[in-house]
Design a protein around this ligand. Sequence first.
Ligand code: DGJ
Length: 724
Amino acid sequence: MLCITGLLVTASASAQTVTIPVETAQTAIVLQVAPNKDLNTIYLGKKLSDPGEYGGIPGVYRQGNNYSGMFNSAYTPAGSRNLLEPAIAVTHADGNNSLDLKYVSHSVKRISDNISLLSIRLRDPVYDFEVTLNYKSYYHEDVIEQWSIIEHHEKGSVTLQKFASANINLKAGSYWLRQYHGDWAKEMRPEETQLSHGIKTLDSKLGTRADLFMPSVFMVSLNHPATEDEGSVLFGSLEWSGNFKTDMEVDPQDNLRIISGINNYASPYQLGAGQAFETPAFVYTFSADGKGKASRNLQSWARNYKLVDGKGTRMTLLNNWESTYFDFNEAKLRELLKNTKKLGVDLFLLDDGWFGNTYPRNDDHAGLGDWQENRKKLPNGIAAIAREAQRDSVKFGIWIEAEMVNPKSELYSKHPDWVIKQPKREEYYFRNQLVLDLSNPQVQDFVYHIVDSLFIKDPALAFIKWDCNAVIYNAYSVHLHQNQSQFYVEYVRGLYKVLQRIRTKYPDVPMMLCSGGGGRVDYGALQYFTEFWPSDNTDPLERIFIQWEYSYFYPALASANHVTDWGKQPLKFRVDVAMMGKLGFDIVVDKLSGNDLKFCQHAISTYNDIKPLIWQGGQYRLSDPRTESVASLMYVNTDRSSAVMLSYLVNYRYEEGSQRPILLKGLDSNKKYKITEINLYTGSTSAINGTKVYSGDFLATVGFNPEVSAGRTSVVLQIDEVKN
Ligand code: DGJ
């Protein structure tokens, strides 16, 4: 399939105009070089059938004079003619604060049939300073990654005061922002508001667990809030696991400017002559067909290009965090391994508490940093547990929190200079711990070797859960000496260096990204991970809402959903909710009744049958838990011959349930289907008649009733094509 990212030169009456469209299957972003060589964005939206018409877009707007001629700059420089929020602001080597950026040239590199990279060189006419804007377009997924590279050859260092990844421009009558906020166990709470004139900022200053209060993902709808299947909407997010800042400015001409990048908070960056500062990418997708389409765009892109092993398989698991916390020993773990086998999941994941001797990790006050097996709990080491796992034919995985340290640890006593803290101020802790200084290559090496030694000691180790529980207080790096303002940037770069090193040596090993729940879920980190932990809140009712919102931005196979004892819902409900993504368990298997155990075992084998659909199928949201009594969604395979539909009661008031049929999506209207209920307790009968045949047309137009009620609070349906 042709990926058109090309140069188009159109002649206008006054001067030659260079128009540069970046097109994907359905959308286009169009840049134009003005006669004075400014680079502007003239369009972002649904692709036109004739690219020759893009050049005419500015001619149909009558928005008056914008004084500077640069309200829609493709990368707004500060300090010359700019009147709005800049994308870049610098202090030159001579102390001057002005910057202007003029188009020099551009090139298009075809990376594959599906991917093109447009690079545009901009240069200051006065200073030896330039910026290259990069637009990497993924044709079939309608996704663009945008980032910039900043360089100079001035006599001395230039201070980058602001250095955004992208500056995009949208035009509409009104703009509706859907943003997220949260805290521990309260991840991904949405708020939707109309953007008013001025600037709305989404940001984080927390350093490590950067998403704790707010992730960088957002949606902006044009003209009215987009629904699941209608309306124009842009989804965006910064691929960066540290401080971020996204400014949304409705300008005096009613256009929306979105400027996203690393947060410049406390971070003026000294850039030496000849060095290049490469920003992280801002990833976005535009859909003219509502939020569902945009989410499927991002999910496919993530599976195809971002996540580790995005097209591969995942392991179901039993985790011991909720069932033991820190209180376990070898005998207990042997039992848990037997339970892993009994349950029928693939892997046992040993969580926090297995390490530390001088300062044993028996609670969260001590031991973090001392990655030697605790001799009391594990007298024969991790290796003995791993061997036992092999004997039980289950895989074995382990939890680490390699970036952090408890003051009560040998590591802290040996290397106080490796710890982030202010030299002259009192220490201040988050979960009784501090963060190690990953800007320091020695610390990077130490952290890398934590993982490497685990694999060297136990080559059969099959899974890592990488946790990160603390934010950064008292930011100060001994290693960075006078360059403290580089710290937040260098920390994340250091983290990525470690993760890259791990991935170079262990490219395939599954790793779960965790941060006291979902405190660090972003595509900067996820390029090194196979999955993430959405929240420590595993109450299934809460989880429906949390998983629902994450699903707009991340594919189901990346969402680790565990069945635990949180909440008051029946076991089946908990299992059905966890099946929305990658199924896992964190329960005391021995406490399950015979019937419940049998149900779980059966559920796991059912899940093994349907997981290809959940992991790789197209996701369609059918009934929204925020507006309806029943939450319902489905996953459909590529040829639309089979699907799974999951429905949950979320409103427990009198007689609430699926009173009306739910319209199915993603099926082929010309095909015929039968619908069977799965994941039931043995012996229980289904309210669904599995012998009836429906056309795809009927299911999409009239719908289907999953019969959700107080007596059937969750229903899993398998939908299969019936061939005559
Ligand atoms: C926070 C994580 O989110 C939990 O799942 C668990 O691993 C604990 N940390 C362990 O300390």
